[in-house]
Design a protein around this ligand. Structure first.
Ligand code: NDP
Length: 474
């Protein structure tokens, strides 16, 4: 392997020592004065403190969002709303580098991912939905689709800015206003986005950002919003569905996954290996649609595994702000503990563990890329979402067996198929119970393409024309 000199990112965003809640266009402290710290997971240093929203703040924000929706944003023409969204998209592009560095600092993910994926894709979502704002009557959803009103949105820590964009852009394009709770460990880019909304002169109350923990999310779910849009774990999604059952609130859930990445014996092996690596090691494996179960045809399993291990040995784990880094820090001590507990369970149940021999930094939360072979379907590492850089490898002999194994999960978010035969791709895609099936590629996203799950991976779609429906009364 080539030795690379470190290539540290030189830009440092202006991070304030303390951030408030963003309510009705202004930053304010929490009604009860509570706050909490946000930590850089690669160094364990405190980055800043931030106000923690309680039930009273949730009520105030929902009231502000209601006023803004009824008096300003709802009655505004689609063309005018579109101008604001275009302005936000352009400002995000202008500040892309600052946002990318801030996201790497707060989340731990490598700068090359925030710079090349998270931030540009977030801007793309605003551009895309800006275009829809004055064309909603032509989206095939009826001639006069109406906004729902005030939307409560709760997002996780794995793609903080991108999940914000997935939630806020379509909601605003459709004439709704929002109250969004970022994840407790990653509020920074949401707060920078709030500053950007001020700079864009977005009318007060259209976007409200409420940092906090699970309790803040639960208070938002209980509040007088018209819809909840949630991305996160299946357990919390289920609790939210229960708590709003019987109310008039609408709900979309984007939950966990345990995707199968299926490699048939006629696949181009080098391409498949790149796809396997991207599928599970992108973003430290903190991806709901990660290809965490590799299903490889028995006749090529030895060759695929040998090349996979060679490739994983070249991955660089370390400083998220080094432009050479492939795998950054795990987002929190709690998540590191969860990953370690599940990998221990894998070894305990008899699977064979392999990790490359790479050095890890002394401070921060780190986990080596890990490959388990000899995995049985009954093992926890084959069934549960690990949400870390851990791949479970299973083999199959026939295409039917591959499909049966791939579908043997309560989840249904995504799947991958690697083969040179178009007919086999179509045959497999028809049978795979997953919201998204990638063929000879993995982890491809586009604002125009709807994304969402089947079974316990949730319901509702985000992105594309289909994603608009979740924010409209049609
Ligand atoms: P959660 O589902 O707990 O978190 C997602 C969001 O929901 C966060 O903003 C969280 O706040 C909030 N939240 C937590 N409890 C409630 C509640 N009762 N009502 C409303 N909102 C709530 O995921 P975790 O971060 O705890 O991660 C746990 C596991 O979930 C991971 O190991 C992973 O397996 C899975 N996960 C899956 C994701 C996906 O996209 N599929 C994303 C994130 C996690 P807070 O940040 O304060 O906890």
């Amino acid at each position: 392997m080539f030795e690379y000199a470190p290539a540290p990112e030189s830009v440092r965003p202006q991070i304030k020592e303390h951030y408030g809640l963003f309510v009705d266009g202004k930053f304010t402290d929490a009604a009860d004065g509570a706050d909490f710290k946000s930590v850089n997971p690669s160094t364990e240093e405190v980055l800043f403190t931030v106000a923690e929203a309680g039930a009273a703040d949730v009520q105030n924000s929902v009231a502000a969002a209601r006023r803004a929706q009824e008096a300003v944003w709802g009655p505004m023409s689609g063309a005018e709303r579109g101008k604001y969204l275009f302005r936000i998209a352009r400002l995000l592009q202008e500040k892309a580098r600052e946002f990318a560095v801030a996201e790497s600092l707060d989340n731990g993910k490598p700068i090359k991912e925030t710079r090349d994926f998270d931030v540009p894709t977030a801007a793309q979502h605003f551009f895309y939905h800006a275009g829809w704002a004055d064309k909603l009557a032509y989206a095939g959803l009826g001639s006069d689709p109406r906004p729902l009103g005030v939307i409560g949105q709760v997002i996780p820590w794995n793609f903080p800015l991108l999940m914000l964009a997935w939630k806020i852009a379509p909601a605003l394009a459709c004439g709704n206003t929002v109250v969004l709770k970022p994840a407790e460990t990653t509020p920074l880019t949401a707060l920078m986005f709030a500053e950007l909304c001020q700079e864009a002169d977005l009318p007060p109350g259209v976007v409200n950002i409420l940092p906090g923990a699970g309790g803040t999310g639960a208070a938002l779910v209980d509040s007088a919003v018209d819809k909840i849009a949630f991305t996160g774990s299946t357990a919390v999604g289920r609790a939210i569905a229960k708590s709003i059952a019987g109310s008039k609130k609408r709900l979309t859930l984007e939950l966990g996954g345990k995707a199968a990445n299926i490699v048939f014996d006629d696949a181009a092996v080098d391409q498949a290996v790149e796809g396997i690596v991207n599928g599970i090691f992108f973003n430290q494996g903190h991806v709901c649609c990660a290809g965490s179960r590799l299903l490889v045809q028995e006749s090529v399993a030895d060759e695929v595994l040998a090349r996979l291990k060679d490739r994983v040995t070249t991955l660089r784990v370390g400083d998220p702000l080094d432009k050479n880094t492939d795998i950054g820090a795990i987002n929190s001590a709690e998540q590191l503990e969860r990953i370690a507990a599940l990998t221990d369970a894998g070894s305990g149940e008899g699977a064979e563990v392999w990790q490359p021999d790479c050095d890890l930094p002394d401070r921060g939360f780190w986990f080596r890329p890990t490959v388990f072979t000899g995995v049985q379907q009954s093992m926890r590492i084959a069934k549960e979402e690990i949400f870390g850089p851990v791949l479970s490898v299973l083999t199959f002999r026939t295409p039917d067996e591959a499909i049966a194994k791939a579908n043997n999960t309560p989840y249904g978010l995504s799947a991958g198929v690697w083969t040179e035969k178009g007919s086999k791709i179509l045959w497999a895609a028809e049978r795979l119970r997953a919201g998204v099936v990638w063929a000879n590629t993995f982890n491809q996203f586009d604002a125009a393409s709807p994304f969402g799950g089947l079974k316990e991976s949730g319901y509702g779609r985000e992105g594309g024309r289909q994603g608009l429906e979740a924010y409209l009364d049609v």
